[in-house]
Design a protein around this ligand. Structure first.
Ligand SMILES: [Zn+2]
Length: 470
């Protein structure tokens, strides 16, 4: 029997368990570094499948590694399970309605991500049992993807150093391979401290921390003209120092997020932003302290792994959608703006765009396409600096659904989402097994990866003295 059929059977046999795992994670959405229940659910599911689980790796309370088999080759499957704040939403609805007002929700589909990766790891293990294939499969339980850069801490701790190849996926609106590069990023909070005073009676006695924040932002906005066009700098004022204009604000904070195509560019840009912050403190006679928030490396693409994964995506094919799926997707689509729907089509080749124009669910696999730079960031980037890594995407949501929205949360336990999750599990398992059975794929992928690193080695962007919260 062909590999994709064997794997498909193995995953279909356990599909109830996989879907239940995803549903349970969806029902208790937990945000970055707080994924205690979600991580424990996956840990015990792995143990019930015969995996050895090591909890709390790299000092992460909710990070873990489940391992099966021994020796080389070693393949890693990455799983995420963190939710987003403020996106609580009832399941299956076609209108926004939170379960808990202001509560958390799985707006990026990481309940599916963690469970689809579980499906892949278990299918690889089952295949090893069935065929006697030698090697090791590891499930990396990676917390804090949305914020906190869990994988960057794991990579810094050397947890991927002996891995040959790594795979992951992301729930999306159409099937494909993410052979992309992403922006490296760095985030830090600048905390200014001044001196309060009566703003009318004795303003000369005060030193305004809010002035420092404003001057820093003005300075950075002037910096924009003199930075590379691919870079991005965003900020949010997280503490304005109070709500009374008649008090000189004694404290104020601003959080910065800096992105650029290469780690080194981010580092240099951060140093310039830091100088501006120092300047703002000097001008206002306030003091300034920096707190690190998160950092991720740029993602290294790999055409060998992309080709292998694409071939397996084609072999696995797209799931069958029934009347219910199509009707539900249509109703979800009616809640999207034309802009969202058009944006979805923008990255497609002409032929695929034509085929999908009148569709509510993407039921074709577009061509692999060229490598692109996605102007977003992910901590999968850090893993890709240590081991050749590839990700696939599958249609889990109606075409046009933007990530980080109530519509994603609503669709997160529906049949369309589960079908996409199982499909991704099959694609990752087939690709990983093909690599395990064929040393040449690993060697070629690693040679390409080595070349793309251009002689650089992985150095984490996280400052040495920063550790995950305990
Ligand atoms: Zn995500």
């Amino acid at each position: 029997m062909e590999l994709h059929k064997v794997i498909s059977n193995l995953i279909e046999e356990k599909k109830d368990k996989i879907i239940e795992l995803s549903n349970c994670i969806w029902e208790s959405p937990e945000i970055y570094f707080e994924e205690h229940q979600s991580s424990e659910l996956i840990c015990s599911a792995l143990e019930s499948e015969g995996f050895q689980v090591e909890r709390k790796v790299a000092g992460l309370q909710t990070g873990f590694i489940g391992s099966y088999g021994d020796g080389k080759p070693i393949v890693a499957i990455l799983g995420e399970f963190d939710a987003l704040s403020g996106l609580s939403q009832q399941r299956g609805l076609t209108e926004p309605k939170p379960v808990i007002e202001g509560g958390h929700g799985h707006g990026c589909g990481h309940n599916l991500l963690g469970s689809g990766s579980f499906a892949a790891a278990v299918a690889i293990k089952d295949y090893m049992v069935q065929t006697g294939l030698k090697g090791t499969v590891r499930y990396y339980g990676c917390p804090a993807e949305e914020s906190g850069s869990g994988k960057a801490f794991m990579a810094r701790a050397g947890l991927f150093d002996d891995v040959d190849v790594a795979f992951s996926w992301h729930p999306f609106t159409k099937p494909g391979i993410w052979n992309i590069s992403t922006l490296a990023n760095y985030s830090a909070t600048f905390k200014f401290k001044g001196k309060s005073a009566h703003a009318a009676q004795a303003p000369h006695l005060g030193r305004s921390a809010l002035d420092a924040v404003e001057l820093m932002n003005v300075g950075v906005n002037y910096l924009r003209e003199h930075m590379i066009p691919e870079a991005r700098v965003h900020y949010a004022i997280t503490d304005t120092g109070g709500t009374s204009p008649n008090v000189v604000q004694p404290h104020a904070e601003v959080v910065y997020l800096i992105r650029a195509p290469k780690k080194q560019q981010v580092k240099e840009l951060y140093e310039r932003v830091y100088k501006i912050a120092q300047g703002a403190a000097l001008m206002t006679e306030t003091s300034m302290e920096v707190v690190f928030e998160g950092a991720a490396s740029n993602l290294i693409p790999n055409s060998i792994l992309a080709d292998t994964m694409y071939k397996n995506l084609k072999a696995v094919g797209v799931p069958a959608y029934d009347e219910f799926d199509l009707q539900y997707a249509k109703e979800i689509r009616s809640t999207l703006s034309q802009e969202d729907i058009d944006a979805e089509m923008a990255g497609l080749d002409r032929e695929s765009a034509k085929k999908l124009k009148s569709k509510d669910i993407a039921d074709i696999i577009p061509p692999l396409g060229d490598e692109v730079l996605l102007t977003a960031s992910t901590d999968v980037g850090d893993v890709s600096w240590v081991v050749p890594t590839m990700q696939c995407i599958t249609a889990c949501f109606a075409l046009g659904t933007p990530l980080h929205t109530w519509q994603v949360v609503s669709q997160g336990t529906m049949p369309i989402a589960n079908k996409g999750m199982l499909q991704a599990g099959k694609v990752m398992a087939c690709t990983a097994i093909e690599a395990m059975e064929n040393q040449e794929i690993i060697e070629k992928a690693r040679a390409e990866w080595q070349e793309r690193l251009e002689g650089e080695t992985y150095i984490s962007l996280i400052p040495e003295d920063v550790n995950p919260p305990q």
